[in-house]
Ligand binder design. Structure first.
Ligand code: GLV
Ligand code: MN
Ligand code: MN
Length: 414
């Protein structure tokens, strides 16, 4: 299929939008700290709203705080073609993870508007709420609730470490954007494409601009609570200690041994490890830590994940341990139809490309349960991500936006 009408991406405008967004929550080391629905994240939503309003695009919010920017189609009753990602970041994250997918889609919308192209279907940019998950559990909450993978009530009840609920934050977002209309959760989408930085080194190593994502590995996340007893560090002999730190570190060492594979395929991370009450002279009575486990083979992910609880119990010593799983997502594959369509679009534009498997997880996982979905990766410098030093190149960013624009026109008239 050929693109008969062309919408040209404005690379400078797109880059400038990235830099403007990067100022919201900017860190000293050049990264961005913008956790989901904090004041900074709400400001980012408001900036998007401002850009959308200038263009005359309409904006809606749904019950979990997802944001939808729509350029109307000839037939407003048709399900929209959509593209987007997320505005939130990891603590001290980078300038591209998430926001790139939103801004590339927005640039595609603007380019189509500039070219005066009409589409049958509405076309939409979506900012999914709380993709990263360090403030509110679980991650990918907005897309999961939209797709009906997670129940709305439970998601709204999720609290941050200060006891603020997601429900309160969604209300704050709505109050900050009174002009936004209401989107029904789960309203049909015709198709969805998410652009994202690769967060790995394959594209860079192969000199390719575009990765066409074939699927995503699965992941499971656990919260482990180890309970012992606070005690005086000078007067309490080993025989009377119930030291939760000792038990938790024994568990961590045993888990590392269990999850060690020579092939380096299993991904095992303890990213959060908190010691309470955290006094220099107190034997700690409580430790909380998280486990993030990932694997591309469902059976292996199940088998390894199912052993975590027993391993922790076996190393609890005089302490008690509770293991609670809060994410369990199998590996998934995108439909061939979307993979080929993106591939054809990359070919047509002459971008060097390859198929690629995602080791990270993304909102497109959940949306693919709702409609045909696919993903486009671009290289990121040395694969560095979830890091303030994250970097992507303006021309790669523009290439992804160009593919989205082409797909918008194509699928918007399908
Ligand atoms: C996404 O941020 C992930 O952790 O895979
Ligand atoms: Mn992301
Ligand atoms: Mn991320």
């Amino acid at each position: 299929m050929t693109v008969t009408i062309s919408a040209a991406i404005n690379s400078d405008r797109l880059w400038q939008r990235h830099m403007d967004m990067a100022e919201i929550g900017a860190t000293q080391a050049g990264g961005v700290h913008r956790l989901a629905l904090t004041d900074e994240d709400i400001e980012a939503h408001k900036l998007l709203m401002q850009w959308a309003s200038t263009r005359g695009f309409s904006v809606e919010l749904d019950a979990i705080g997802n944001m939808f920017i729509r350029r109307q189609g000839r037939d407003p009753s048709l399900a929209p073609v959509a593209s987007g990602s997320h505005t939130d970041t990891q603590p001290k994250g980078g300038r591209f993870d998430g926001i790139f997918g939103v801004l590339a889609a927005f640039e595609a919308l603007e380019a189509i508007d500039d070219a005066g192209i009409k589409t049958e279907r509405p076309i939409e940019v979506i900012a999914w709420n709380n993709e990263e998950g360090p403030r509110f559990v679980p991650a990918c909450m907005g897309s999961a609730a939209y797709a009906g993978v997670e129940p709305l009530d439970a998601m709204l009840a999720s609290q941050d470490p200060d006891g603020i609920s997601m429900g309160e934050c969604v209300e704050a977002l709505k109050a900050a954007m009174p002009e936004a209309g209401v989107r029904r959760l789960g309203a049909p989408l015709h198709s969805f494409v998410e652009a994202h930085i690769e967060q790995g080194v394959e594209l860079e190593a192969n000199g390719n601009t575009i990765g066409i994502v074939t699927g995503m590995q699965g992941y499971r996340r656990f919260r482990v609570t180890v309970t012992g007893e606070d005690a005086h560090s000078g007067t309490t002999p080993r025989s009377r200690r119930r030291d939760s730190f000792v038990a938790a570190t024994d568990m961590a060492v045993a888990l590392r041994a269990l999850l060690w594979d020579n092939e380096d395929i299993v991904r095992f991370t303890i990213g959060r490890f908190e010691v309470f009450p955290c006094g220099i002279s107190v034997v700690p009575g409580r430790v909380e830590f998280t486990i993030d486990l990932r694997h591309p083979v469902a059976e292996t992910l199940h088998t390894l994940g199912d052993r975590i609880s027993d391993i922790c119990a076996a190393h609890a010593g005089p302490c008690e341990v509770k293991v609670r799983e809060f994410i369990n997502s199998d590996p998934m594959a995108f439909p061939d139809s979307m993979v080929s369509q993106i591939e054809t679009a990359a070919n047509r534009r002459g971008f060097a490309h390859q198929r690629i498997y995602s080791a990270a997880s993304h909102d497109a996982r959940h949306i693919s349960t709702l409609c045909p979905a696919g993903m486009i990766f671009i290289p990121c410098w040395r694969g560095i991500s979830h890091n303030e030093a994250e970097r992507a190149e303006p021309e790669d960013i523009a290439a992804a936006a160009q593919i989205i624009a082409d797909l918008f026109v194509e699928l918007g008239n399908a």
